[in-house]
Design a protein around this ligand. Structure first.
Ligand code: MLT
Length: 265
């Protein structure tokens, strides 16, 4: 499905009925990373997955990107879909966007799932790494970005034994336009520190992390769990950064249980 939001086309899926679950993907992927979640959850919930600006089938204009703008896109798309309140699930960059979204529109969140993400801003070294990555994207394109990213996103066991997951991730990365890759890198590099926000998050929050996640390790997840007043933490064994792709059953169970609790409240 497509909608024109803030002058660009955003692609999304909207399936099922009941409590809306809104899924925000990681960098530099797209909404197809949530296929297993759509399949498992649409019989019980309204599942909305969005290609963020710069990714997937959404437009990737060559211009300045920010997480604020990504959060505004999500907000406007939900208005377009007449969704007032939802459970938001953000993985990694999707989680960074949720912090921004919550700062602006806390009343829209019935619950948050912060998966394989972190509240801290980039370090100086991290920002420099983003700059270098944007140069590689510009000079060598998506395949070079896939070569760098895949070992950071998936566990060694997944890379060795689950070729279909590796191919799926490679296809998503290679399908992302360079303007979107560079734009998202800039947006993430400029994001503020969200640690001070954690204590103000009032809605129920499920934190999920793969035990082998090196990009946003379990120590980052524990920090969020300690600071957010109404948070629970789940560590998924055998998963690295893309826990929803590597261990979909466990990930889906956590989302289903969390959303079922919220449906009753
Ligand atoms: C992601 O998975 O969205 C990225 O690894 C996040 C990041 O680069 O900080």
């Amino acid at each position: 499905m497509r909608a024109t939001i803030h002058g660009i086309t955003l692609a999304y899926n909207d399936q099922g009925q009941g409590l809306p679950l809104v899924f925000l993907h990681a960098f530099p992927l797209n909404r197809s990373m949530w296929a297993a979640q759509e399949q498992a959850l649409t019989s019980r919930f309204r599942v909305i997955t969005i290609d963020l600006r710069g990714h997937g089938e959404s437009d990737a204009p060559l211009w300045h990107y920010s997480l604020d703008q990504a959060a505004d896109d999500v907000h406007a798309l939900l208005d377009h879909l007449s969704v007032h309140q939802a459970v938001f699930i953000g993985l990694s960059m999707g989680g960074y966007i949720l912090f921004t979204f919550y700062r602006k529109h806390a009343e829209r969140a019935k619950g948050l799932v912060l998966a394989d993400t972190r509240a801290q801003a980039d370090t100086e070294e991290g920002r420099e790494g983003r700059f270098q990555m944007a140069q590689i994207a510009y000079k060598k394109g998506g395949p070079a970005i896939a070569d760098i990213m895949i070992p950071k996103l998936l566990s060694p066991a997944t890379i060795q034994t689950k070729r279909e997951i590796v191919s799926q991730v490679r296809m998503m990365i290679e399908g992302t336009q360079v303007s979107g890759i560079a734009g998202a890198l800039m947006a993430m590099a400029e994001r503020p520190n969200s640690v001070p926000l954690l204590k103000q998050i009032a809605c129920p929050t499920q934190i999920i992390v793969g035990e082998l996640d090196q990009a946003t390790p379990p120590s980052d997840a524990r920090l969020m769990a300690e600071q957010i007043p109404n948070a629970r933490l789940a560590v998924i064994p055998g998963a690295a950064h893309l826990a929803n792709l590597e261990q979909p059953e466990k990930f889906n169970q956590l989302i289903a249980a969390f959303a079922a609790d919220l449906s009753r409240s």
